[in-house]
Write a protein that binds this ligand. Structure first.
Ligand SMILES: Nc1ncnc2c1ncn2[C@@H]1O[C@H](COP(=O)(O)OP(=O)(O)OP(=O)(O)O)[C@@H](O)[C@H]1O
Ligand SMILES: [Mg+2]
Length: 281
C-alpha cells in the first residue's frame, strides 16, 4: 500500500533543506541543441523561479527531454546556455536531481542501494544513507522490495525507485521526465499527491515533463507548451488554482479553460509535426 505522507522521515534529518532561501533558479538562455541535421531545441529561453513547479508540455519529439537534459548537464547546448542560480551548467551536479524518461537504475545495485547512492555521494554514512533510502522506498510503497534488483521489478516499480532516488537528496532543482508515465491511474494519482507533499515541504524548483494535461494542470504553478520540433516556447501559462488542490479541481471552469487552450495548441502542433515528417519522407 502506498503511503502518501512522509511523516516517518526522521526529525534529525542530516540533509539541508533545499530551498526557502531563494535557491533553485533555472534559466535557459537562447538554447539551441542541434542533433546532426535536425535540432532538438531552437533558441529557447525560459526562466524558472526558485520554488516554482513548472510543467513542460508539447508534441512528441519537440525537445522536452532535450531541455531537461540541458538543465541536468547531460547535453551541452550547441549555442546558448543553461544557468542554475546564475552559474552556467557544465555538467550534472548535486543541486539537480533527475528522474529520466527511461528507467535508469544501476542494475547491479538493490533498490535500497540505488536510492542510497546519491546520499553516499554527499557524504552520508552507509547506515544513514540506507536508513533514509528505506524511508523513501516506503513512502513510494516499495519497502518490501528494498533488497530487490531492478531486473526483478516491473517498469512502474523501477520508476518509483528512481523517484525515491531523486527525492531522497532533496535537490534544489528536481527534473522529472514523464516520471509517472508507466504507472496505473491510481498509483499515478497517489504519486502526484506524494510529490506535491514533498514539494510543499522542500519548496524546491520542479521541472516536470508530461503528456498528460490533467496532470500538468493539477501539479503546476505554470505550464509551458513547446512547439513542434525544433522546440521553442509557444505558450507560457500561469495556473492560479489555489493550493492545496483537491482532486475536484479537475471539474472547475478555470481548469477546463486552461486545458482546452493547451490541448488545442498541442493538437495543432502535433499535426504540424506529423505533416512535416510526411513531407520529408
Ligand atoms: N541523441 C539524439 N540524436 C539525434 N537526435 C536526437 C537525439 N535526442 C533527441 N533527438 C531529436 O531531437 C528532437 C527532440 O527530442 P526529445 O527527446 O527532446 O523530444 P521529446 O519532446 O522529449 O519527445 P517525447 O515526448 O517523445 O519524449 C527529436 O526530433 C529527436 O529525434
Ligand atoms: Mg522525451
Amino acid at each position: 500500500m502506498l503511503s502518501t505522507s512522509l511523516n516517518s522521515r526522521p526529525k534529525a534529518d542530516p540533509r539541508p533543506a533545499a530551498t526557502g532561501a531563494g535557491v533553485g533558479r533555472v534559466e535557459l538562455r537562447e538554447v539551441t541543441v542541434a542533433y546532426g541535421r535536425g535540432a532538438g531545441l531552437t533558441e529557447t529561453s525560459l526562466v524558472i523561479r526558485p520554488g516554482e513547479f513548472l510543467c513542460l508540455l508539447g508534441p512528441s519529439g519537440c525537445g522536452k527531454s532535450t531541455a531537461l537534459n540541458v538543465i541536468g548537464g547531460f547535453v551541452a547546448p550547441t549555442s546558448g546556455m543553461a544557468l542554475v542560480d546564475g552559474e552556467r551548467v557544465c555538467g550534472p551536479g548535486p543541486d539537480r536531481g533527475v528522474v529520466f524518461q527511461h528507467y535508469s537504475l544501476f542494475p547491479w545495485k538493490t533498490a535500497q542501494d540505488n536510492v542510497a547512492f546519491g546520499l553516499r555521494m554527499r557524504g552520508a554514512s552507509t547506515a544513514e544513507a540506507r536508513r533514509l533510502a528505506l524511508d523513501y522506498l516506503s513512502s513510494v510503497g516499495l519497502a518490501r522490495f528494498a533488497r530487490a534488483y531492478p531486473s526483478t521489478l516491473s517498469g512502474g516499480m523501477q520508476q518509483r525507485v528512481a523517484i525515491a532516488r531523486a527525492l531522497v537528496t532533496r535537490p534544489a532543482v528536481l527534473l522529472m521526465d514523464e516520471p509517472f508515465g508507466a504507472l496505473d491511474a491510481q498509483t499515478r494519482a497517489l504519486m502526484q499527491e506524494h510529490l506535491l507533499e514533498q514539494w510543499r515541504d522542500i519548496r524546491n524548483t520542479v521541472v516536470f515533463v508530461t503528456h498528460d494535461l490533467d496532470e500538468a494542470l493539477f501539479l503546476g504553478d505554470r505550464v509551458v507548451v513547446l512547439s513542434a520540433a525544433p522546440g521553442r516556447v509557444l505558450l507560457d501559462l500561469r495556473i492560479d488554482l489555489p493550493r492545496p488542490r483537491p482532486r475536484e479541481v479537475h471539474a472547475s471552469e478555470a481548469f477546463n479553460e486552461a486545458k482546452v487552450r493547451c490541448r488545442d495548441l498541442i493538437r495543432c502542433e502535433s499535426r504540424r509535426a506529423f505533416e512535416r515528417a510526411e513531407a520529408l519522407a
